[in-house]
Design a protein around this ligand. Structure first.
Ligand code: COA
Ligand code: AMP
Length: 623
C-alpha cells in the first residue's frame, strides 16, 4: 500500500489516532487529551480542553529553537520597488509591539479586529498580533468596497479596525480611507479606534479622536506576550460569498487550524522548514490566510508576500523573477494568473535566462484548472503542476496530490484524490452515492477534519441550514462533480449562485441585491458567463421602471462603488423583460447557456417564450 493510501485509510478508520499524532507538531500549553468532541453534533470541536497560542507556534517557538536569524517574511513589492525581509526574531518583535499597541487600545482576548489592508507586511503583523492576544481577526480583501466592508463590520463588531491608507494596483493608487469612511457611515457598529498605516502614495486624512497612525499606535507601546487560548477559541473570521447578499462569517479555530495547516504544509505541499514557500495570492482570501501567513510560519519556512500582479508589474516575467530572486521551492497561485501570463508571453520567452532551479512544484487552486493551462505550465516549467480543490470553509485542500506523502500522478482536469480526514462522496439528489463517471453533488461526511469551519460566526443555525441540511450527516460543498473509476475527483462547478471571477469568489445574489436597490431598476438578474482569462465573469440584465432612465455605464458604476472594483460586473444590458417560469422564477440557467454560446431549448415551464427569443441576440457571445 502506498504512503497516501495508508495515511488516508488510517485517517478514516482511526481519526483520533491520526490527528493525535499530527498534533505533536504543535507546541501546546495544555496538550490535547480528548481529540474530538462530538457531544453537540452536528457541530464538532477538535482538541477540546487543550490550550495553545497560534502566534507562539508561528514565531516565538522558532526563535527559541534556533531559527531567530532565518528569514520569516519577504515583502516583495514591484508596486513600490521595495524588497524588505524580516527574520523570525524581527517579525516576533514587530508583532509583540503591535499586539501591545492593540492592547493599549483596549483589545483583549476574544475581541474582534477588522483588517483592511493592502499586501504590506503590517497586514501580516496585525493578523499575528491578534493571534498573540487571543483576539479574533477578520481580514477584508482590499478590492471590496464600502458596502461589503460595512456588512463585515456589522457582523464582526470589531473593537478596532486596522487599515492601510491605500492599495497599489498595477499603475493605479486605490485610496482606502474613503471606502472605510463610507463603510463606517453605513454600518450600525462603531469601532473605538481605527489604526491607519500611512503610505506615502496616498496618506489618509485622519478623523481626530477615532483614527491614529500605525506609528503613533506603536510609539511607547509595551510588547505583549502570547495569551493562552482554548484550541476551540476562534483565531479568525473570514467572510465569504454565499447565495445571498449577506456574507458568511467562516470561523477558524486555533487548535484544529494549527494542526491541519501545519500537516498540510509538509504532507501536501511537500515543503520543509527553512525552505521558501510563495503563495501569490492576497491576505484577504483564504489562500493568503493559510499559505501566505499561517502555514509557512507554523512550519518554520520563509514566506513571500508579493505586492504585485502576474502581469503588468512590470511584465509577464514577474513570477519567474520572484522565484529566481528568492529561491522559491514551491509556489501557489490561481489558474487565472497563469492564463494572464500565457496570454502575454505564450512562448515563455520571459523565462529564458532565469535560474528556476529552486522551484520543485507549482500548486494551482481557487477555480477550475483547465487542461490547456495545466499543460502549458507543466511544459514551460518542467515541474509537476498540482491542481488542488478546497474552499474558504475548509481552510486547506480537500483534494490534491499529496507531494510530501507520495508523488501520486496527476491527471488533467482533476485535483486528484481526497486528502486524509475528508470523506468525499458524490451523491444524487436523494443522497445515495452515484457511480464513478456520473455527476452529482459533492459532499463531505461529518465530522469534517480539523481546520475546517466548526460553525459560522455567532450563527450555528445558519451554518446548519446552509451546509448541513441538504444531506443528512454530510456537509454540502456547493460544488458538483464526479469520481472516475480510479478514485480521482473531477470538480465541475458550483451548483449555487457563487461564481469565481479570476480566482475571486463572488456572489451573483449580492450583485443582484445592489442592482435592485438602484432607484431606476425594476428587476434584474446577474449570471456568470465563461471567460477565457478570468474563468467566469458576471453579466447583468436589467429591466427599468416605467419612465425611469439609467445607462448601463451608470449601473456598472453603481455596483462598483458599493461592492468594490473586484465585483468586475462590467457588462449590463437594459432589456424589456426577463424570461421567467410560470411560477415567477427567472430562468438564469437558460440565459447563461445562451450567453455561453449553447443552443438552449425553451424550457417547458416558461411563461412567455417571446421574452426569451427577444433576449437571444443580446445574450449571445460577441464574436
Ligand atoms: N485593492 C483594490 N482594487 C483591487 C484589488 C485590491 N486588493 N484587487 C483587485 N482590484 C481591482 C483591480 O485593479 C481591477 O480594477 P479595474 O476594474 O479598475 O481594472 C478590478 O479590481 C478587478 O480585478 P481582477 O479581477 O483581479 O482583474 P485584473 O484585470 O486587475 O487582473 C489578473 C487580472 C489575472 C492579473 C488577476 O485577477 C490575478 O492576479 N488573479 C489571481 C487571483 C488570485 O490570486 N486569487 C486568489 C486565490 S488563489
Ligand atoms: P474560495 O472559498 O474562495 O476558496 O472558493 C471556493 C470555490 O472555488 C470552490 O467551492 C470551487 O467552486 C472553486 N474551486 C477552488 N479550487 C478549485 C479547483 N481546484 N477546481 C475547481 N474548482 C475550484
Amino acid at each position: 500500500m502506498g504512503a497516501y493510501r495508508e495515511a488516508y485509510e488510517r485517517s478514516i478508520t482511526n481519526p483520533t489516532g491520526f490527528w493525535r499524532d499530527a498534533a505533536t507538531a504543535i507546541d501546546w500549553i495544555e496538550p490535547p487529551d480528548r481529540i474530538l468532541d462530538d457531544s453537540e453534533a452536528p457541530i464538532f470541536r477538535w482538541f477540546p480542553g487543550a490550550t495553545l497560542n497560534t502566534c507562539h507556534n508561528a514565531l516565538d517557538r522558532h526563535v527559541q529553537n534556533g531559527r531567530g536569524d532565518q528569514t520569516a517574511l519577504i515583502h516583495d513589492s514591484p508596486a513600490t520597488g521595495v524588497v524588505r525581509t524580516f527574520t523570525y526574531r524581527e517579525l516576533r518583535d514587530e508583532v509583540a509591539l503591535f499586539a501591545g499597541a492593540l492592547r493599549r487600545l483596549g483589545v483583549d482576548r476574544g475581541d474582534r479586529v477588522v483588517i483592511y489592508m493592502a499586501m504590506v507586511p503590517e497586514a501580516v503583523v496585525a493578523m499575528l498580533a491578534c493571534a498573540r492576544l487571543g483576539a479574533v481577526h477578520s481580514v477584508v480583501f482590499g478590492g471590496f468596497g464600502a458596502r461589503e466592508l460595512a456588512a463585515r463590520i456589522d457582523d464582526a463588531q470589531p473593537r478596532v479596525i486596522v487599515a492601510s491608507s491605500c492599495g497599489l494596483e498595477a499603475g493605479r493608487v486605490v485610496p482606502y480611507q474613503p471606502m472605510l469612511d463610507a463603510a463606517l457611515a453605513e454600518a450600525a457598529h462603531t469601532p473605538t479606534h481605527c489604526v491607519i498605516l500611512q503610505r506615502p502614495q496616498a496618506p489618509a486624512t485622519l478623523l481626530p479622536g477615532r483614527d491614529l497612525t500605525w506609528t503613533d499606535a506603536v510609539a511607547g507601546a509595551e510588547p505583549a506576550g502570547c495569551v493562552p487560548v482554548s484550541a476551540t477559541d476562534p483565531l479568525y473570521i473570514l467572510y465569504t460569498s454565499g447565495t445571498t447578499g449577506r456574507p458568511k462569517g467562516v470561523v477558524r479555530d486555533n487548535g484544529g487550524h494549527a494542526v491541519a495547516v501545519a500537516w498540510s504544509m509538509e504532507n501536501i505541499f511537500g515543503v520543509r522548514a527553512g525552505e521558501v514557500f510563495w503563495a501569490a495570492s492576497d491576505v484577504g482570501w483564504v489562500v493568503g490566510h493559510s499559505y501566505i501567513v499561517y502555514g509557512p510560519l507554523l512550519l518554520g519556512a520563509t514566506t513571500v508576500l508579493y505586492e504585485g500582479k502576474p502581469v503588468g508589474t512590470p511584465d509577464a516575467g514577474a513570477f519567474w523573477r520572484v522565484v529566481e530572486q528568492h529561491r522559491v521551492a514551491a509556489m501557489f497561485t490561481a489558474p487565472t494568473a497563469i492564463r494572464a501570463v500565457r496570454k502575454e508571453d505564450p512562448e515563455g520567452k520571459l523565462l529564458s535566462g532565469r535560474d528556476m532551479s529552486s522551484l520543485r512544484l507549482l500548486f494551482l487552486a481557487g477555480e477550475r484548472l483547465d487542461t490547456r493551462t495545466y499543460e502549458w505550465a507543466g511544459e514551460l516549467l518542467g515541474i509537476p503542476v498540482i491542481d488542488n480543490w478546497w474552499q474558504t470553509e475548509t481552510g486547506w485542500p480537500i483534494a490534491a496530490s499529496p507531494r510530501g506523502l507520495e508523488a501520486l500522478p496527476t491527471r488533467p482536469g482533476s485535483p486528484s484524490v481526497p486528502m486524509p480526514g475528508y470523506r468525499v462522496r458524490v451523491v444524487a439528489p436523494d443522497g445515495s452515492d452515484v457511480e464513478p463517471g456520473r455527476e452529482g453533488a459533492i459532499v463531505l461526511d461529518l465530522p469534517l477534519p480539523p481546520g475546517c469551519l466548526p460553525t459560522l460566526w455567532r450563527d450555528d443555525e445558519r451554518y446548519v441550514r446552509s451546509y448541513l441540511s441538504a444531506f443528512q450527516g454530510a456537509y454540502l460543498t456547493g460544488d458538483g462533480g464526479m469520481f472516475d473509476a480510479d478514485g480521482y475527483l473531477y470538480v465541475l462547478g458550483r451548483t449555487d449562485d457563487v461564481i469565481n471571477v479570476a480566482g475571486h469568489r463572488l456572489s451573483t445574489g449580492s450583485m443582484e441585491e445592489v442592482l435592485a436597490a438602484h432607484p431606476a431598476v425594476a428587476e434584474c438578474a446577474v449570471i456568470a458567463v465563461a471567460d477565457e482569462l478570468k474563468g467566469q465573469v458576471p453579466r447583468g440584465l436589467v429591466v427599468l421602471r416605467d419612465g425611469d432612465a439609467a445607462s448601463p455605464a451608470e449601473l456598472v458604476a453603481w455596483v462598483r462603488e458599493r461592492l468594490g472594483p473586484v465585483a468586475a460586473l462590467r457588462r449590463i444590458d437594459v432589456v424589456a423583460a426577463l424570461p421567467k417560469t410560470r411560477s415567477g422564477k427567472i430562468l438564469r440557467g437558460t440565459m447563461r447557456g445562451i450567453a455561453d454560446g449553447r443552443d438552449e431549448p425553451v424550457p417547458a415551464t416558461i411563461e412567455n417564450p417571446a421574452v426569451l427569443d427577444a433576449l437571444r441576440p443580446v445574450l449571445r457571445p460577441r464574436r
